[in-house]
Write a protein of this length. Structure first.
Length: 399
């Protein structure tokens, strides 16, 4: 576990994130206004402090993503031979003389007022950003939590187990029980900071991830996956618009060249068919995106069947290998929040117990199980629909 000194807590990566977040704020509210990341006053409890830091990290994630897009647009508009903005030249702890000369030259030569203002604000707000760094550092140093920097191949679960067994001095069974109660990320990136805190008095454990030196958080990784699907939809929209433009051009050509009327009308018919097909594709992709974002995907099976497939462990009935599982059933949470399980579908006379895995979902808080003594039917009622949207859930059914 690394020492939580000032240099490692903030570092070069936080400088980059704060600079990008500050620039996003400047663009949205005007360069004449001061920087405001919404840090507020120092919280009075560790819980309030943790909530404020997590909220701040989400703001930095959003501002970083917006600014990366904005800088990319700026660079794409540069003419051949014109200099573009390079992060490595600007977002360092201190400008070198050469870097400062390059930036000053770009400011003096930039004709676009909006982009020139962005470049000027980078220089003028450096002192304000350094002050914000001190505030963030103070908040993080106020936490009792410890952290470690993830390396390539590290797993959130393994790092948390190491903390609980070696730092908190818990036995392996107790550590596993605590881990079953907390959310863990599958998108851990080398350089991320993974934080841990075990409260022995209340027997509670928390763990979470911040950007650290990785340049992106697990949230940013998930957003990238989402953007891929959105990009496919946008490509279909572009193709549809291009087809419509080609059709209109064909109509104008028909009006000017009557001798080609027959051939051009045939072309128009083909383009119209293409347009209809592309519009259908756009509608399908949009509907699929919305469905995936608002549905819970699950696989329900008999406990004995899952144990036989190696999905559940034989003793503790915990998830140990989900490779044989296909989450091929979906519940659209916009339309319903209940799953009905008939015992005959699972080779049972009646259903006595139902478990939802992984155990990060808590019965009574996130969902409710209802069983019927008479019919043997069981129902799963989703209480927190937002929590389950886009999630994959394993349902173990027992008689």
């Amino acid at each position: 576990m690394e020492p939580r000194n000032r240099a490692s807590v903030i570092g070069a990566t936080m400088s980059l994130c704060l600079l990008l977040a500050a620039m996003a704020v400047v663009v949205s509210i005007g360069c004449s206004q001061g920087l405001n990341l919404g840090l507020g006053s120092t919280p009075s409890t560790p819980e309030e402090l943790l909530a404020q830091l997590k909220d701040h990290q989400q703001k930095i994630d959003k501002a970083t993503e917006d600014m990366l897009t904005r800088i990319n647009e700026f660079n794409q508009k540069r003419k051949p031979g014109e200099r573009t903005i390079q992060f490595a030249e600007i977002f360092t702890q201190d400008f070198s003389d050469q870097q400062r000369d390059v930036l000053n030259q770009m400011i003096s030569e930039e004709k676009d007022v909006s982009y020139k203002s962005i470049l000027q604000q980078i220089v003028s707000d450096r002192e304000a950003i350094q002050g914000l760094q001190e505030k963030v550092m103070h908040l993080e140093q106020s936490l009792p939590d410890q952290f470690t920097v993830a390396k390539k191949g590290d797993k959130h679960h393994d790092l948390a187990m190491n903390y609980l067994t070696n730092e908190a001095k818990l036995d392996e069974a107790k550590a596993k029980a605590l881990l079953d109660q907390v959310d863990q990320s599958d998108e851990l990136v080398a350089g991320n900071k993974v934080w841990f805190f075990y409260d022995s008095g209340r027997d509670t454990f928390r763990t979470y991830i911040t950007q650290g030196e990785a340049g992106r958080t697990p949230l940013a990784v998930r957003r990238a996956m989402k953007r891929k699907l959105i990009g496919e939809r946008d490509t279909a929209i572009t193709q549809r618009d291009e087809a419509a433009t080609a059709r209109d051009e064909a109509v104008r050509t028909v009006n000017d060249l009557q001798q080609l009327k027959t051939g051009l009308e045939s072309d128009i018919a083909v383009l119209q068919e293409n347009k209809a097909a592309l519009e259908s594709s756009v509608a399908r992709l949009s509907a699929d995106l919305s469905f995936r974002q608002n549905s819970m995907f699950y696989h329900a099976a008999n406990v004995q069947e899952l144990k036989g497939q190696g999905v559940l462990s034989g003793v503790l009935k915990r998830v140990q290998d989900v490779k044989p599982v296909n989450y091929d059933t979906a519940l659209d949470l916009r339309e319903a929040n209940t799953i009905t399980l008939a015992p005959a579908a699972y080779g049972l006379d009646r259903i006595v117990k139902v478990r939802m895995l992984p155990n990060i979902f808590q019965e009574g808080r996130d969902y409710r199980i209802e069983t019927s003594e008479g019919s043997g039917v069981a129902k799963i009622v989703i209480l927190d629909t937002e929590l389950f949207k886009g999630k994959e859930v394993l349902v173990a059914v027992g008689g």
